[in-house]
Design a protein around this ligand. Sequence first.
Ligand SMILES: Nc1ncnc2c1ncn2[C@@H]1O[C@H](COP(=O)(O)OP(=O)(O)O)[C@@H](O)[C@H]1O
Ligand SMILES: [Mg+2]
Length: 224
Amino acid sequence: MTADSLLTCSALHKTFRLGHTDLEILQGLEAAFPRHGLNTIQGASGSGKSTLLQILGGLERPDAGEVRWENESIYDWSRDKLAAWRNLSVGFVFQAYHLFPELSALENVEFPARLARRSDPALGSHLLDQVGLGSRLHHRPAELSGGEQQRVAIARALRNNPALLLADEPTGNLDTTTGHGIIDLLLRLHEEHHNCLIIVTHDNAIASLGQQTYRLEEGCLSLR
Ligand SMILES: Nc1ncnc2c1ncn2[C@@H]1O[C@H](COP(=O)(O)OP(=O)(O)O)[C@@H](O)[C@H]1O
Ligand SMILES: [Mg+2]
């Protein structure tokens, strides 16, 4: 681990049991993600990219190995500490947006701040403005296009100014032009927020934007 790594993982193993077969998804995976780095991960469908992001973001416990944050092993923390860390220090952007359908754009963005008891609609509005949706604050997800919903999801992911932003195929459901707009937005906000950004993508052009470009293959990450 280098001094400037935000997140490191060592000897990560994860196996899923499917019927009578064991699927060894992660097989001793090692990686170090720099504090302000832009990292991309590619890999075949089913290679374990989403599983890895869930493990890195504290959502899925590995069978063995460690994820370390500021030199502490996150899965050694209590449930409450892990949940608070996830809310304050990690942002997630998913392929399918995962907005709350009954909440407005602004309420979606404010949700992580409300959880942390620091809601401030002025800040939420500002973020929506930054993603180009300043005039759509009170619209619900169903009233927004896919690209607009993803912009709301990005604003929500950034609401607590997390040090780590995980984006799992964020353009997977979007047409090429809209997808490139989303990537431009992620990169611009990455520059402004100085976070560690990890993008999983199938798109070679997007992958090549990474300062570290990884490939997940046979349960391990390798730098390309
Ligand atoms: N909760 C689960 N239970 C059983 N198998 C799972 C589970 N999550 C993922 N898998 C399996 O693990 C493999 C890797 O999944 P995933 O991490 O989603 O891959 P990727 O994101 O690279 O497409 C797949 O074969 C998937 O079916
Ligand atoms: Mg996936």
